[in-house]
Design a protein around this ligand. Sequence first.
Ligand SMILES: [Zn+2]
Length: 725
Amino acid sequence: MLFPLALLLAAQPLAQGQRTNHPVTGPGASEAQVDSDGVELAGAFAGAVRVPSSDKAWGGVRTGRERELSERVADYNLVAVLDPEHHAIEGHERLSWRNRSDRPLHNLYLHLYLNAFEGPGSTFFTEARRYGGFRLASIEEIKKGEHGWIELRRIEQAGKSVTWKFVHPDDGPETDHTVVQLSLPQAIPAGGTAVLDIDFYDQLPRVAARTGWIGTFHLVAQWFPKIGVLELPGERGATRPRWNCHEFHLFSEFYADFGSYRAEITVPKGYVFGSTGVEKAPPLETAESVRHIVQQDDVHDFTFTAWDKYAAPLEGSWRDVRVKVLYGAEYAEAARIALKSTIDGLDYFSRTLGPYPYQQVTVVVPPYNALEAGGMEYETFFTTIGAVGQPLISLVRFVTIHEFGHGYFMGILATNEFEEPFLDEGLNQLWNAKQLEGETTQFAAPGLLGQLGLRTPKLSYWDLERRGTQHFQADPIAGSSWMRYSTSSYGLVYHRTALAFHDLEKRIGPKVIEEGFREYYRRWRFRHPSTADLEKALEDTAGQQAPLVRQWFEEQIYAGTPVDDRVDLVEATEVVPEPGAVLQADGTRVERDVKEVHKEIRKIRQAFKKAHPKAKPSEPGPFPWRSVVEVRRYAAHVPQKLVLKFEDGSSETLSWPAEERWHRYLLERPTPIVSVQLDPDRDVLLDLNKLDDGRTREASRLVVGRWTLELKAWVDLAFALLEAL
Ligand SMILES: [Zn+2]
């Protein structure tokens, strides 16, 4: 999903009226629904998986020597005619679905995603009222003619009709129509394949949540009846066959089997067409229309766009992969940035994870007013954002790389985006940040100030990621997309994930993380990994550091333990002779009172001054100094470094072991301490507040480097600006 607006979501503090009413229950609180085939339905409490999948899950590791890239389970043959005037589609689908389970099945489940947009009774809009509008839209703003829905007209299995009924696996409102259960006239035997013929009709919504139309522009996504995923024991924590076919939730994306997609899409003449996959034959033209014949194997979704105002596509390539950017003439600059960024993404992801396995990438720059169709990913096809000038033009590169990256974290690593959204959004965000390491962006100030040239400081990708992590979190990263305390608590799936793996990388080293993720990709490409499968791939690569990875997952992935280390005290006193009966080195005692001691100190000072007439106050004097530094941990234990600066300009770096709750450092040096900075290299980005990481002896908070109040203010300003758009 769109990166900058997701950032905004995360940036919102808990706004009034946006809290959820979820009961105080936890996973396991609801009884699993089981259908008449004895197959369980994943429900409202499904979430992050803690048990690694079996080696045989989804046919085992793909070696690359198989005839097909993926184990194909659901093949689709789609025939559709787009009526751009009514924003409607007459569709036919032939679905071939393989029963991988050990039992005959009488029931199948289909997603009817477009019904999320039919009105206030859907699970989607019920949640939108609870959490606030999705992105820019709110239900109150939807006018007549702008709702969207899908109707099943006919379903047949080998010429016999199939009946269906709406079901609610996540206990959503009865008025939700996004999941149907089919009753088949003929059971599908174990290992057998069902072939269903489905006629359907789509009324597309005005662009909302990634799909729809505006004017004559159409982005047609989540538009056909789509079968749920039947998971087998050993796959993503299932202990018996389990259907995974969740209702369409506000924040949720998707989950589907791999398969072959073939589509024949008819659009009016004069419309430029783009889609998942590649055209297999020249388009068939009639007097009024053009039929495009498209195919893509080894993906799990199919999306297309048609618009009569696209400019001639911008084309480029990376090795054998063709890149095509579709855009309206006003967004030529954004299109150029999108092309370059996609090619950079192909290069980076292919180098760091594994070669891009498809022939083509199609990038859509949606027109003005269609921002809701922007920033969305499908395999071999994605949408970025259009922009003219600041501030959004600065984000086109970020958004493009993010959406391209989903081709890996979501596309090839086909995770369950309903139940474990951090595995696509968060890991992708991490990999985007790694790719963009060293690059910065700037935003112009709004209005006149911007015109006068006032701009933010250069912001790195990590500066942007820090946004929204400064609060105590209500939910861990790992968890479903709907069981969330608030909108911002969903947003942390993005940023906190990136920061958590950033900090882990600083502890165990970039090599372990890079090899670990390569191993995760190798094991799980063209399959459906879980949180536990990611953890296992990283642990197996980490060798001796595996226990640390395990602990990190416990604290930072499955839980949301805050990190909050502070410098509490910085003091220095001069070490001068003191009164008392002091034992000398030769064993004798010398007893002096305060008066005598003062006299002696004065004498030594005068002698020093005589010997060093030009000594500055910052230079070592006649007596050494004892400095005291106290640091304290308020939450999770992470190892830290401290840089101590002294009056004479010298500095020392000390380490503060992770095991300690506090440490008091006593140091005797020629000059007093001036300041202390915790985490000088910015290794610990999860820390709640970087402003209390630094302190001077005068007890003021020391603000160094990029962690300035000013920077925070600028980031706030940049996001307030975006929010207003
Ligand atoms: Zn995303």
